[in-house]
Design a protein around this ligand. Sequence first.
Ligand SMILES: *Cc1c(COP(=O)(O)O)cnc(C)c1O
Length: 375
Amino acid sequence: MIPYGRQSVNEDDIDAVAQVLRGDWLTTGPTVTAFEEQLAALSGASRCVSATSGTAALHIAYAAAGVGPGDEVVTTPMTFVATASCAVALGAKIRFVDIEDDTANIDPVALDAAVTDDTKVIACVDYAGHPIEIDAVNETARRVGALVVEDAAHSIGSTYKGRPVGSLADLTTFSFFPTKNMTTAEGGAVATLDPELGRRAHEFHFIGLVRDRARMRYPDEGPWHQEVHEWGLNYRLPDVLAALGISQLRRLAAFKERRAAIFARYQEGLAGVDGIRLPTQREHVDPIWHLYPLRVLGGRRREVFDAMRADGVGVQVNYIPVYWHPLFEDLGFKRGMCPNAEQFYAEELSLPMHAELTDAQVDKVIDAVRGAVGS
Ligand SMILES: *Cc1c(COP(=O)(O)O)cnc(C)c1O
């Protein structure tokens, strides 16, 4: 089976991890700091806080933004459940805004109509790696005094009008799960341009410990002293995995190039095929393609999914609208709320997309699509 996504780990990656295992710091050490600094440099952020997963990064970002019981978080239904569920974990009330028909990203016009002065955070996703219309989203957020969280689990390395993802929103989150654009096995990070949000993110992911004497309530307690002002969790990425992250960051540009070539090969090989619709790219963005989201028309997605799996092609579906999950159904959300997202979900089929996919494999996938749709 050709998988829809998988990691690319080479000998340099393995050596980088082994070197840390032989050293003094397995966690809370200099490799974590170096990884965070390099991530910040790449993403144009002033600070990055690494974390144990993309889900943890979202939890950290919402906590840093001050999301608490009853606060309104407005988000997209076309994402992995964690984008919304991590805000629920902090007691937020969620509102879903429908997506654009072409990019499957949150619709900035519908978003602008949906937000209120009660909106604390607008949480968006760069679906498949294609950046959101961040300028419009930021303008909406400023108007109502909300913060923007950009879930960039798909889009580390993408740019919008020449600006890197990580420098666009108040808080940006990354995931380094193996199927994503680069990996630390499990892992994630929060990027921000705001030092205060960066400090809050760091403290939340470090049990809430305050070690800066200037901020202590009891600064004269003694040299051992550290204190907690707000509760936090232990979401620390260990040095062992940060080493893999540093090594993978060096390869990210090559990953992006290979993913772009695969995307172009699919576009060419599937052009003009009846019964499907191909993804599009807006002119002012330069995405790293995490997914290749094909759309199968005429109610045939399940049939094509099954035929391709039977043909050895590991297609996937990304995603069921978040409010279809029983967690959200039980909170009172009804089907039919976001018709574009539901239509997109009904048609979507992710074709294999990862850096080690060969041209021959891409061609096999193209043939399998053509065979399954009968063209
Ligand atoms: C993968 C993913 C996450 C969660 O990241 P994990 O590292 O798997 O916890 C969150 N949001 C989106 C859009 C994702 O694709």
